[in-house]
Write a protein that binds this ligand. Structure first.
Ligand code: GN1
Ligand code: MG
Length: 388
């Protein structure tokens, strides 16, 4: 069916607060949320979906729920997204329960409607879902805290391990060719040649910097095609802000944002996390480029956590590909930001006009630094992979 997402070029059009509130209350009703409704607020961290936190009062406490209107411009078939998410979360829940501990705080719990669905469609075509907020959890937008960074490494490593024996062929490919770095470069070249916004000339130097990284950035993808690196169940959006931590101990609870769980490379999940977690400035669109470098302490913290979880379960070739994955994912994400900038900001939500350009500039500077320091990164991976 065709979705009417009230979107034009990926952005929500309506700003009518009354209409927004009516929709939210209707979604809460359909997911049968119990208690007394108090208020809601919009969460502005993601670039794709529209997210709200809704507060209810029940049994003397405030209960929070996360409501999301899925972006159907990006997720063309949102049913398959929810199918993946529900299967994967149930799988993890069963694994945790089998160890004798309560899974309540360690995996997401999506609500179902009266008819048992994990989604609901509103009359205007909006596709909505609802998830329980995990009590006592925090998810920092960006962080310089080494303990949190190490814990996020453990969370993403652990996630892969929970799903190591998940039947990969049962996963829906929700966005085909998602981490196909070669195609991402082809899309950039197309955007440059079409130049619909007349932005290519002023971005010329940046475009050339990206082209110069193409060979190294596409290496993990090529290794997968050659059969050197195996496909596994991967998360595919491994930023630190997609991890929930205990608000007191700061230990990891679980990873969130499971929209892009699909077959992928371990190096992609590791690398995509490093892109965000291991820069001297954690801001994705840092405009002071002198602040953008690979931060080896942060790199080490994440690597320590991640490798601790996956070593023994992944092959030597996969372990050897992790550092290259950091360069590949940083470059690929930058290529996507640049392509979107050239195409008129249709995909990633922006909060100011040149944000995608700023994101692309920050990513190329980080990727260039990673290239220079590749051996240092490899040594750190080696150190933790050999540690007992
Ligand atoms: C998008 O919306 P968010 O933040 O969950 C994107 C990721 C990018 C990320 C960059 C479906 O994720 O691939 O790495 O922005 N998600 C999709 O921050 O394209
Ligand atoms: Mg995401």
């Amino acid at each position: 069916m065709a979705f009417n997402d009230n979107v034009y070029k990926g952005k929500l059009l309506f700003v009518d607060k009354f209409q927004e509130q009516q929709q939210i209350l209707e979604v809460c009703r359909r997911f049968n949320l119990q208690g007394e409704y108090r208020y809601y607020e919009q969460i502005n961290s993601g670039h794709i979906n529209t997210t709200y936190c809704v507060y209810y009062f029940r049994d003397g406490e405030i209960k929070d729920y996360i409501l999301q209107r899925v972006n159907t411009y990006v997720f063309k078939d949102p049913y398959t997204v929810m199918d993946n998410i529900s299967s994967v979360t149930e799988y993890i829940r069963a694994k945790i329960k089998a160890t004798g501990i309560s899974a309540k705080r360690f995996v997401l719990h999506y609500s179902t409607t009266e008819t048992g669905e994990y989604y609901t469609l509103l009359p205007d075509g909006g596709f909505w879902r609802c998830c329980r907020y995990i009590d006592g959890s925090i998810s920092p937008l960006d962080t310089n805290d080494l303990f949190l960074i190490e814990q996020s490494g453990r969370a993403f490593g652990e996630f892969q391990m929970y799903l190591a024996d998940y039947p990969i062929e049962k996963l829906n490919i929700v966005i085909p060719h998602f981490h196909n770095t070669i195609r991402r470069y082809d899309a950039l070249r197309k955007a440059v040649s079409e130049d619909v916004m007349r932005r290519a000339r002023e971005a010329e130097a940046l475009i050339q910097q990206y082209y110069a990284l193409e060979d190294v950035a596409t290496e993990p993808y090529r290794l997968q095609k050659q059969g050197v690196l195996p496909l596994r169940v991967t998360h595919n959006d491994t930023k630190t802000s997609n991890v929930l931590f205990d608000s007191h101990t700061h230990e990891r609870l679980t990873v969130i944002d499971l929209d892009t769980v699909m077959p992928g490379l371990v190096a992609f999940d590791f690398g995509d996390a490093i892109r965000m977690a291991a820069s001297t400035s954690p801001k994705e669109d840092e405009r002071d480029l002198s602040k953008v470098k690979l931060d080896m302490e942060k790199f080490e913290a994440f690597t320590k956590g991640f490798v601790h979880e996956v070593k023994g379960a992944i092959t030597q070739a996969e372990m050897d590909s992790l550092a290259m994955g950091a360069l590949a994912m940083t470059t690929e994400c930058g290529v996507r930001f640049l392509t979107d900038y050239l195409e008129g900001d249709k995909y990633f939500r922006i909060h100011y006009p040149e944000q995608n350009l700023a994101r692309a500039m920050r990513h190329v500077v980080l990727a260039q630094d990673m290239l220079k320091r590749m051996d240092e990164m490899k040594d750190i991976v080696k150190k933790y992979s050999e540690e007992n």
